[in-house]
Design a protein around this ligand. Structure first.
Ligand code: ATP
Length: 208
């Protein structure tokens, strides 16, 4: 019997990850200029946490109504405090949210037309076993630069940013999984690197 392969099966998924403040989102935005569809996992996660009734109910039952504002907006400060302080609570949220994001991604990719798509995720490597990708781009930047960027962007103390960075896996660990690396220390052209990488990925996918 002959089965048609769906477009989804052909579409290559390139994961894009990096530590907090490395510049994942900035690089993902550049790929969008090249017409590459990007799935922003962290943005979609937040969307699902505010719109999926099953997740909303579970969250309220677990953390109390204070986890959302009166208008249904996620209380990110409250959640950030919990997620970055208590391993068990972080694991609980991940167990609820990651499967939903996996399903959301599989719906999203069905509507894309491209040689490849990018999946931007802070936890790409941590969730690889349940949400596999074809190749991985890692964005790296030095620790002092990341700390400076995030404390400025999110109005957090340096100590708090360092604490959040320590919870994630290290770049040494991430590098073991990476197929491609972009360095975003501020003094290297990310536009040039992204363009070069775009061409390399297209060529690698043709040769695979
Ligand atoms: P997070 O995981 O915390 O969401 P991220 O890895 O997605 O972070 P970005 O949001 O892309 O990182 O970048 C963090 C901050 O640093 C942003 O405010 C961004 O504008 C800034 N930034 C990123 N790359 C550069 C750069 N090359 N030059 C100057 N600022 C940059």
């Amino acid at each position: 019997m002959h089965f048609e392969r769906t477009q989804y099966e052909y579409m290559k998924i390139i994961g894009l990850t990096g530590g907090i403040g490395s510049g994942k989102t900035t690089i993902a935005n550049l790929f969008e200029f090249l017409n590459i569809p990007v799935y922003y996992s962290d943005v979609r996660t937040r969307f699902l946490m505010e719109n999926d009734p099953i997740i909303i109910n579970s969250m309220k039952e677990h953390f109390g109504n204070q986890v959302y504002s009166d208008t249904g907006i996620l209380n990110r400060n409250f959640l950030g405090e919990i997620i970055f302080k208590f391993d068990a609570e972080r694991a609980w949220i991940n167990a609820i949210v990651h499967p939903a994001v996996g399903i959301d991604f599989s719906h999203w990719i069905l509507n894309q037309q491209s040689k490849f798509v990018l999946k931007e995720s802070a936890l790409l490597i941590e969730t690889l076993s349940i949400q596999p990708v074809d190749k991985i781009i890692l964005v790296i930047a030095s620790l002092p630069i990341r700390i400076q960027r995030v404390s400025k962007r999110d109005q957090l103390s340096e100590a708090e940013v360092k604490r959040r960075i320590r919870i994630q896996i290290s770049d040494e660990e991430r590098i073991k999984f990476a197929n491609y690396i972009i360095t975003n220390d501020g003094n290297n052209s990310i536009i040039q690197q992204t363009l070069k990488l775009y061409k390399t990925i297209l060529s690698d996918l043709t040769n695979d």
